[in-house]
Design a protein. Structure first.
Length: 277
């Protein structure tokens, strides 16, 4: 059985979408300087911090086939702007097929928008490496292959989008839409809030809000799919579980361990060198 799961679908489950009043106020036609004038940048309020780490087991049907890790590894400076360095790893295998997918995103600590995105993926005999630099001020991206294209205001990549949703107030029965994915043709990203439910996973028992992301792409969150993401019903919006019914079977990801991070403060950014990693 060939289990080819594009990371644009899996990582939109594990990654970041954070929205706050600060980000809302900045979602205009003009992007601020984010501290490049030498002042200390503002830090948007978010429900995560440096050192936060999620660990998951990945099951396909009744079989455990791999594991996943999502974490905030540190603070880096990209093009003069302090960013959260987000990292997601998924590894798995079934007979005659292996998957190892790494995604990294650099999320501006003030604007909560992407400054850089990198992916290194090996899926069976398929390999993919790509890297993007996002010029938020001029609304363009530059890919490592030389391609350049326009982006929406405060654009997000797939490895930073659920960090954005985690801080969004979610009401059961409501549907939310965002036009912030960096490729225009895949907007809007839609999130339907289905219900509240208590779930038990290896990490424990949690009260959750169940949401259904819908993205204009193939894979787990494709339009017409039945994916469900379980997030804790609190301000942290911890990602507890994912269930997706694929044509070849059911994919499940369940939290096995969680470590909280340290909230970032403006004082932490004082003295940050304005140089890209």
């Amino acid at each position: 059985m060939k289990m080819r799961l594009s990371f644009i679908s899996i990582s939109m489950l594990l990654c970041g979408m954070v929205i706050s009043e600060t980000a809302r106020a900045q979602a205009t036609d003009t992007v601020g300087d984010g501290g490049t004038d030498g002042s200390t940048p503002e830090v948007a309020k978010v429900p995560f911090g440096v050192g936060e780490r999620f660990e998951y087991r990945v099951r396909f049907g009744p079989l455990t086939v791999g594991e996943a890790v999502m974490e905030v590894t540190g603070i880096d400076t990209v093009a003069g702007h302090p960013t959260y360095h987000l990292s997601t790893l998924i590894e798995g295998s079934v007979p005659f097929y292996t998957l190892k997918d790494i995604q990294e995103s650099w999320l501006d600590v003030s604007l909560l928008a992407s400054r850089r995105f990198r992916q290194d993926s090996k899926q069976g005999d398929y390999e993919r490496q790509r890297e993007y630099q996002f010029d938020l001020e001029n609304r363009v991206y530059h890919e490592d292959n030389g391609e350049t294209d326009s982006i929406p205001p405060l654009a997000l990549d797939e490895a930073s989008f659920i960090y954005f949703v985690r801080a969004t107030p979610l009401e059961v029965g409501e549907t939310y839409e965002w036009n912030r994915y960096f490729r225009f043709d895949r907007n809007p990203v839609i999130v339907q809030v289905l219900r509240r439910e208590k779930v038990k996973v290896p990490a424990g028992e949690f009260e959750t809000v169940v949401v259904r992301p819908i993205i204009k792409t193939g894979g787990i969150f494709a339009e017409g799919g039945e994916a469900e993401v379980y997030m804790t019903d609190d301000e942290g919006r911890l990602l507890i579980k994912l269930v997706s019914k694929l044509k070849v079977g059911t994919l499940t990801m369940e939290l096995t361990n969680y470590e909280a991070g340290e909230p970032l403060t403006p004082e932490d950014l004082e003295g940050e060198a304005a140089s890209s990693p």
